[in-house]
Design a protein. Structure first.
Length: 247
């Protein structure tokens, strides 16, 4: 089914602090091997904010070594989110700035609600995105556009983010409601096939075309011996809805 990760640190606008990130990584670890979970949603329970980025008040108390360690933990956490085997969707209702946007960039699909504000304003603080933003953003919106957004620190509305491909869709109402609807569209598909499709795209897109084709072939080979593939053929022949077991 669908599992939801809820960000709920209202006193700090969901700022990414040590305890917050420890709990986030623990949740990701639990989800990674849960065969019952076919789609993961990431959303905020705090009004008008998805995630305000790093906890700068906490960071001000850290020495240089602690800062380096914490930024490394952020980078690792978002890579763990990105590499979850099942599809991930971020429902951006409110501000997703700095590290907050970097969370969303690590998900497969991004939906922005009416009040969403998105940006990587780190250069205004004389730093740069340090948890994958400089790498994921160019792969999503293109190198020139990513540079412009990072150099200016510009904050985008949901509509503008949609126009440049930063989010899959901008909605007038709740991003979470739309994210749930998209997740429900995914659920009827074969779970193994979905995982292999995600893996083929994620890994293959980092390769040259010939290597990517070969990797796609290896992913396709993983679905051939599954019971689900045979069930899909039977259901098609019998004109009924298939019942997949994820094996």
């Amino acid at each position: 089914g669908i599992s939801v990760i809820n960000f709920n640190r209202p006193e700090a606008r969901n700022a990414l602090g040590r305890r917050f990130m420890a709990e986030f990584r623990a949740a990701l670890a639990d989800l990674r091997f849960d065969q019952r979970v076919h789609v993961v949603l990431v959303r905020s329970l705090v009004d008008r904010v998805f995630c305000a980025g790093a906890d700068l008040k906490e960071r001000a108390t850290m020495n240089q070594s602690e800062v380096d360690q914490f930024v490394h933990s952020l980078r690792s956490a978002f890579s763990e989110l990105e590499s979850l085997p099942m599809p991930t969707i971020s429902a951006i209702d409110g501000a997703a700035l700095g590290g907050g946007l970097e969370v969303a960039l690590a998900t497969d699909i991004r939906i922005a609600g009416a009040g969403a504000k998105l940006g990587l304003p780190e250069t205004r603080l004389a730093i740069i995105p340090g948890a994958g933003g400089t790498q994921r953003l160019p792969r999503i919106v293109g190198v020139a556009r990513a540079k412009e957004l990072m150099f200016t620190g510009r904050i985008l509305t949901a509509q503008t983010a949609s126009q440049i491909g930063l989010v899959n869709e901008a909605v007038d109402g709740s991003a979470f409601e739309k994210a749930v609807a998209v997740a429900r569209e995914i659920l009827p598909a074969g779970p193994v096939a979905i995982k292999m499709a995600k893996l083929a795209v994620d890994k293959g897109s980092q390769m040259d075309s010939a290597s990517g084709m070969a990797f796609e072939q290896s992913c396709y080979a993983q679905v051939i011996p599954t019971e689900d593939r045979l069930e899909g053929l039977r259901a098609f022949r019998e004109k009924r809805t298939p019942v997949y077991q994820g094996r």
